[in-house]
Design a protein. Structure first.
Length: 252
């Protein structure tokens, strides 16, 4: 049997080292020799002796935070010996290696595909994002040493923050935890109206300090004040709850 389908680039990519690697731009291969955490429902195929265990939100503390904030990652634990292939609606997949205590990433929970168990993660309040924000008041933060796989809708641009930087909060999916974040109403920077017509931009997210911002070429539709798993719209509209959570969860 002959077909372009069987071209070398479509064959399973082999590696001598276990862990997370790209099968192609839209498919993650996990060469499992132990445990790895992944988004529930992301498995598209696997080979070998692999067990899947639902992890909910990653513990009771994260479960409570997810229910209160709407942010989080519905997780499953994969363990055993084998190869697992993960994807998320044909989104592009990228690998990030965190290399120690000084590395940290703040990311929308909806863009997390898989990560190694050596990484620590939590749900943190995004500083400077007032109650007018549609981007979400909370994000997932990762730290430690290990590999993380994230998804983007299209090929992103990675902006180096070495000068004042602004992005649409529905398109900025991840950034260095060391950055200072805030927001500005569009009319404050001249985007609110253009020759008497609206530009469609309600506000922008600002970044300052030293680090990077990952911006995907796709704006997620507004889902209320809270991002991530999408369950926090009502919570985000409740200023009292958000205020209490701001003190409870801290900021990044």
């Amino acid at each position: 049997m002959r077909s372009q389908l069987f071209a070398a680039e479509n064959q399973e990519q082999e590696s001598a080292q276990p862990g997370l690697r790209l099968q192609n731009s839209k498919l993650l291969k996990v060469e499992l020799r132990g445990e790895v955490f992944a988004r529930q429902g992301a498995m598209v195929a696997y080979q070998g002796n692999v067990q899947f265990e639902a992890q909910g939100s990653g513990g009771i503390g994260k479960f409570i935070k997810q229910k209160l904030t709407g942010e989080g990652i519905p997780l499953m634990k994969m363990k055993g010996q084998g190869d697992v292939f993960l994807a998320d609606r044909a989104a592009d997949v990228y690998l990030i290696d965190l290399e120690g205590p000084h590395d940290g990433l703040s990311i929308n929970g909806a863009n997390v595909l898989a990560f190694e168990p050596t990484l620590s993660w939590d749900i943190q309040r995004v500083q400077g994002m007032g109650m007018m924000s549609n981007a979400g008041l909370f994000n997932c933060t990762f730290s430690g040493q290990g590999r993380l796989a994230i998804t983007c809708k299209g090929t992103p641009v990675v902006l180096t923050v070495d000068q004042p930087t602004y992005a649409d909060p529905q398109a900025a999916i991840a950034w260095s935890t060391g950055l200072q974040t805030g927001y500005q109403r569009a009319d404050q920077i001249g985007l609110g109206t253009l020759l008497g017509r609206t530009t469609g931009e309600a506000f922008t997210m600002s970044f300052a300090g030293q680090g990077f911002v990952v911006v995907q070429p796709s704006e997620e539709p507004p889902g209320g004040f809270i991002s991530g798993t999408g369950g926090g719209q009502q919570t985000g509209q409740d200023g009292g709850v958000a205020g209490v959570l701001g003190g409870l969860l801290g900021g990044r």
